[in-house]
Design a protein around this ligand. Structure first.
Ligand SMILES: Cc1ncc(COP(=O)(O)O)c(C=O)c1O
Length: 474
C-alpha cells in the first residue's frame, strides 16, 4: 500500500505559509525576466578570485599519472560566481548531479528515470544531523510517536523530548534493530498497556551499519524482515547510515566489485509490486569519509517529505555551504564512482586496522587471560564503524543488578584520568546500564593500553567501594 504522506507529515509543517520570496525565485529563470526580487549581495566586492584545493599525496588519484603533477581542484569563473551567491536549498546543481550518480551506482536507484524506483528526491544538509533534526520537524507534532532502536544514537533525543514526542524503545541484538521486537510492538500496539493510549508510530529510527553506540550491523536478511514489517504497518524507516562505507567485510576484494550490504533504500526495489516505494528515508554523511568540518550530508526519499525538510532548511540555514558542496562535487567528479569507492575502502581499512589493534588491547586488559586475570568486560566485535559497545563487569547496586556504568565513568574513571561515554546516554528515558561506548577512531595507538588499564582500575575501585575484596566472576 503506498503511504499516505499527508498523515505522516506534521500538522505544524502543513500549517506553514509558503515563504513569500523563495516561492517567486524560480520565476527569475524565465527568459526576459527583470528581477528586483532577491536580497542577494552584490558579488562585485566579494574578495575571492578562485578556490584551489590540493589533495594529499596519499589520496586516491592525487597525481596525474602522465605528468606526475599533484591534483588540484579549482573553483573559479561562473562556478565560483554561483557558489559565492545564495544558492538552491536542495543543493548546488553540480553536487546534486554527483549525488545522483552516487546513489544510482551504489543503491541501484536513479532519480526520475521514469520507473517507480526513480520516484524520489534528494536534498542536501549541513551534515546529516541537520537533516535528521529537520525531518523530526517535518514529521512529528507534539503527541506523535517514534520508534527507536535501543540503544540509539542520541542526536535526535533532546529535540524529540522537548517537543513532547513519544519515544518507544525497540530492542536490539547482535544485528542491531530486532525484527521480532519491532513486529511484536507494532502488532500489539492497541492491546499493550504501555502503548495503547499513544498515537500509532509514524516511523522507526535505526543506524544499520556500525551502529553508534552498539557497533552492530544489520544483514540484508534482517533489513528485508524489517522492511516487510514497516510496509505491513505503513510506517517509515529513518535509515541513518553515516558508517555505511566503513564496513570491514570483504575489504580484501576489489573496491568496485566488493559486495556491500544493500541499504534499506536499495532493498525497497525487491518485492515492490504489492507495496510500492517510499517507506525509506535514507540519510548519508560525508563526515566520516571526507571531512566532518565540511558539514555535508544528504537524504533521499519520497518527494513530499523531502520538500517538507527543504521547507525547514529554507527558513533556517537556507542551504548548506555551496563552496563546500562544489569542492565535494569536483572531488567526486575527479574520482568517478570507482575512485570514490577505492577511497572509502581506504578509510574503512584504517578503521579495521584500529579496531583490530584496539581489540587486542581490550582483550588483554579487560578480558580474562591465562594469568588468571578476572575478566572485567565483554563485547561483540564490531564489523563496521568506530565503536566498541562494552559491557563492564560492575558491582550490583540496589536498583541495578548488573551495575551502573554512569557512576563508574563519571567518578572513578575521571579520577583515573580516562573518559568514555556511559551507556545511559544512548537511551530514551532513564536507563541504568553497565555498558560504555569506547571509540577507537582517533585515540593514538600508544595510548590505548594505558587508557584501558585506567578503566580497569576504575572498575576495580568500584568493587572495593562496594565492599568486595575480590571480584566475583562475570
Ligand atoms: C549515527 C549518526 N548519525 C548522524 C551523525 C551526524 O553526522 P553529521 O556529521 O553528518 O551531521 C552521527 C555523527 O556522529 C552519527 O553517528
Amino acid at each position: 500500500m503506498p503511504l499516505d504522506y499527508n498523515k505522516l507529515i506534521s500538522q505544524e509543517y502543513q500549517r506553514r505559509p509558503e515563504p513569500a520570496i523563495r516561492s517567486l525565485l524560480s520565476l527569475e529563470k524565465k527568459p526576459g525576466m527583470i528581477s528586483f526580487l532577491a536580497g542577494k549581495p552584490n558579488p562585485d566586492r566579494f574578495p575571492f578570485e578562485s578556490i584551489t584545493v590540493k589533495l594529499k599525496p596519499s589520496a586516491v588519484l592525487s597525481t596525474d599519472p602522465s605528468t606526475g603533477a599533484s591534483t588540484e581542484l579549482v573553483i573559479d569563473g561562473n562556478t565560483l560566481e554561483r557558489v559565492l551567491q545564495y544558492g538552491y536549498t536542495a543543493g548546488d546543481p553540480l553536487f546534486d548531479e554527483a549525488l545522483n550518480d552516487l546513489v544510482s551506482a551504489v543503491h541501484g536507484r536513479t532519480r526520475h528515470d521514469d520507473t517507480p524506483a526513480g520516484d524520489f528526491e534528494i536534498t542536501v544538509g549541513t551534515g546529516s544531523q541537520d537533516l535528521l533534526a529537520k525531518t523530526s520537524l517535518a514529521l512529528f507534532d507534539k503527541g506523535d510517536t517514534i520508534l527507536v532502536e535501543s540503544p540509539m544514537y542520541p542526536g535526535l533525543l533532546p529535540d524529540l523530548g522537548s517537543r513532547g514526542i513519544h519515544v518507544i524503545n525497540v530492542a536490539t541484538d547482535q544485528e542491531g534493530l530486532s525484527a521480532s521486537s519491532l513486529a511484536q510492538i507494532l502488532d500489539e500496539w492497541n492491546q499493550n498497556e504501555r502503548t495503547k493510549e499513544l498515537s500509532f508510530p509514524k516511523a522507526v529510527y535505526t543506524v544499520p551499519t556500525g551502529g553508534n553506540p552498539s557497533g552492530t550491523t544489520a544483514s540484508a536478511d534482517r533489513k528485508r524482515a524489517i522492511l516487510q514489517i514497516v510496509r505491513k504497518h505503513s510506517i517509515l524507516i529513518l535509515e541513518d547510515d553515516p558508517y555505511y562505507y566503513l564496513s570491514f567485510e570483504g575489504l580484501e576484494e576489489d573496491s568496485v566489485m566488493r559486495h556491500r550490504s544493500p541499504s534499506y533504500f536499495a532493498l525497497e526495489k525487491e518485492d515492490n509490486d504489492p507495496w510500492g516505494y517510499g517507506y525509506v528515508l535514507r540519510f548519508e554523511s560525508f563526515s566520516k569519509i571526507l571531512s566532518a568540518g565540511m558539514r555535508l550530508g544528504f537524504m533521499a526519499g519520497p518527494k513530499p517529505i523531502i520538500d517538507a525538510v527543504s521547507g525547514y532548511m529554507a527558513t533556517s540555514s537556507i542551504h548548506a555551504s555551496s563552496p563546500m558542496q562544489v569542492m565535494a562535487a569536483l572531488l567526486l567528479q575527479h574520482w568517478g564512482v570507482p575512485g570514490f569507492l577505492s577511497h572509502v575502502d581506504e578509510v574503512a581499512r584504517l578503521y579495521q586496522q584500529r579496531r583490530d589493534f584496539f581489540e587486542v588491547k581490550l582483550a588483554s586488559v579487560l578480558g580474562g587471560d591465562k594469568n588468571q586475570q578476572r575478566a572485567l568486560a565483554s563485547w561483540v566485535t564490531p564489523v563496521a564503524g568506530m565503536f566498541f559497545w562494552v559491557k563492564l563487569h560492575l558491582p550490583p547496586e540496589s536498583d541495578a543488578p548488573q551495575g551502573n556504568s554512569s557512576n563508574v565513568i563519571t567518578k572513578n574513571a575521571v579520577d583515573h584520568n580516562v573518559l568514555a561515554v556511559p551507556g545511559a546516554s544512548f537511551y530514551a528515558g532513564q536507563q541504568i546500564t553497565p555498558y560504555v561506548r569506547l571509540s577507537f577512531s582517533v585515540i593514538p595507538e600508544e595510548e590505548m593500553e594505558e587508557g584501558l588499564l585506567r578503566l580497569r582500575k576504575a572498575i576495580e575501585d568500584a568493587w572495593k567501594e562496594h565492599g568486595y575484596s575480590t571480584i566475583p566472576p562475570m
